[in-house]
Design a protein around this ligand. Structure first.
Ligand code: 5GP
Ligand code: ZN
Length: 116
């Protein structure tokens, strides 16, 4: 656990969250400020800064985030309608929490990608 990391605190149960999926190495919970009908964050339980450090140091764990997201999509009933998986990196992408997290967005027709 990394001190003062919000998602480490959620993983530790010190900050409440609506958990949808809980595996040995991953946790998925609803985003507090949803940008779609279904907006879920999938995180590694171990602290990693971002997707690139996961890819470099723990590629298997990066793959587990995707399979966890697929399990959440199944549970949310949005496999057929479709969904989007996003990693934000850096200020232009609006990154705010520096514990790697995969956004799962769906449950409705999503807007165009990129600007606005
Ligand atoms: P980022 O912008 O870093 O890719 O995404 C961080 C996400 O974390 C945002 O979508 C934001 O709404 C969400 N978030 C911030 N604080 C909390 C919180 O305390 N609980 C939950 N469940 N989500 C949070
Ligand atoms: Zn953390």
């Amino acid at each position: 656990m990394t001190a003062d990391c919000l998602f480490c605190k959620i993983v530790a149960g010190q900050v409440p969250a609506t958990v949808l999926y809980d595996s040995e190495r991953t946790l998925a919970f609803r985003d507090i400020n949803p940008q779609a009908v279904a907006h879920v964050l999938v995180v590694p339980k171990q602290h990693h800064e971002d997707a690139v450090s996961l890819a470099t140091d723990a590629a298997g764990l990066l793959a587990e985030l995707v399979t966890a997201a697929a399990a959440v999509a199944e549970a949310e009933g949005i496999v057929d309608s479709g969904y989007r998986l996003v990693f934000n990196t850096g200020p232009d992408a609006g990154r705010t929490v520096f514990h790697a997290h995969l956004h799962l967005l769906g449950g409705e027709q999503l807007g165009p990608f990129g600007r606005h």
